[in-house]
Design a protein around this ligand. Structure first.
Ligand code: F0G
Length: 348
């Protein structure tokens, strides 16, 4: 089986000198939503990026960015992160024997992601501030010190991430009518649009999808067209008030005749629960914004029957179990007594 960089080599900035590194990222499952489709008459799928080696789509971009950093002789990478980028940076740095330095906003990253950055051996620095402030800081540091910035401002990140669009077209044999995504720093929606556009220009697909981006209502700078100084949402991965790829995302939205809208935290959590309890698919809260967007647009009667729809589930649900257990109490222990258990199970 070819690695991601090998498979899509001709579409990626790969030279003879680029090291083909890999943790076997990509090639993630495209899962049909059988119960939802039965109910709605749609042909909807989720692209389950939680199956990547560090549990999020960030691995696709990170493998490309780290390969290019190595090619350029860099021995250290730096990023700001709401959690997933730092996990991916830390893993690929460990894999390739270089240093990773990550700046994270205090108290606002999910425990699973923090554990990843620590165990992979990154230097983790927690800042009294939000993601946007961390990002400004790492830009400043990477300009002055010999360390490569691997946030999505690094163009190789988006190059790697666009491969998800290729995989979708390769598997479906056509382009979806609609592609739903969560939007945070706005890199991923930009990368997918780039991927679909490149396949279209190379005649590999015959049309382009409408790009449907969803932010959290408390962190929705693109929707309201203003910087959010103090973004807030339970979906911490997309708690971003001033996205780096803002203009590119607006371009993707407008060129594709799509939308960028917002969902309340309640709508996001309901979508997360719906996917888990009706389809058996567990994603993290931010990821559920894509499917939440589909639910919203379907309920507004805006998605035609039989439409081919893909929602990207950007990260694995196991990264952020606290969101679940802080809202739903785990069951209390009862005695190991058959009768009591049967009563509890409503069998008698
Ligand atoms: N979903 C998840 C799970 C994410 O971690 C992110 C971004 C997004 C969606 C939004 O993607 O930024 O390309 O619009 N996480 C970044 C991080 C910011 O630091 O891990 P985007």
């Amino acid at each position: 089986m070819k690695t991601l960089l090998e498979r899509y080599k001709e579409y990626l900035p790969i030279t003879d000198k680029t090291p083909i590194i890999s943790l076997r990222e990509g090639n993630t499952p495209l899962i049909p939503l059988v119960n939802f489709n039965k109910k709605t008459g749609l042909r909807a799928y989720v692209k389950y990026e939680g199956a990547n080696p560090t549990g999020s789509f960030k691995d696709r971009g990170m493998v490309m960015a780290v390969a290019k950093a190595l090619e350029d002789g860099s021995r250290a990478i730096i990023c700001a992160s709401t959690g997933n980028t730092s996990a991916a940076a830390a893993a690929y740095a460990a894999r390739t024997n270089i240093k990773a330095l990550v700046l994270i906003p205090e108290g606002k990253i999910a425990l699973g992601k923090l554990s990843q950055a620590i165990i992979y051996g990154a230097k983790v620095i927690q800042i009294k501030g939000n993601f946007d402030q961390c990002l400004n800081r790492v830009r400043e540091i990477s300009e002055k010190y010999p360390v490569t910035l691997v946030n999505s401002l690094n163009p190789y990140r988006l190059q790697g991430q666009k491969t998800a669009a290729f995989e979708i077209v390769d598997e479906l044999g056509e382009t979806p009518d609609y592609h739903f995504l969560p939007v945070g720093n706005a890199g991923n929606i930009t990368a997918y649009w780039m991927g679909y556009t490149e396949y279209f220009e190379n005649n590999i697909c015959k049309k382009l999808p409408k790009m449907m981006g969803f932010q959290a209502d408390g962190s929705a700078p693109i929707v309201y067209n203003k910087v959010f100084e103090n973004p807030e949402t339970i979906a911490t991965a997309i708690r971003i008030g001033n996205p780096a790829s803002w203009e590119k995302a607006v371009k993707a939205r407008d060129k594709s005749k799509g939308v960028i809208e917002s969902l309340t935290d309640e709508e996001i959590l309901n979508a997360q629960k719906y996917l888990a309890s009706t389809e058996g698919i567990f994603c993290e809260p931010a990821s559920a914004a894509s499917f939440g967007g589909l639910l919203k647009k379907y309920n507004e009667d805006l998605i035609e029957k039989d439409s081919l729809v893909v929602c990207t589930l950007t990260g694995n649900g196991l990264k952020d179990p606290n969101v679940i257990v802080s809202r739903i109490n785990p069951p209390e222990a009862i005695d190991n007594n058959l009768e009591k258990i049967l009563v509890e199970a409503n069998f008698i």
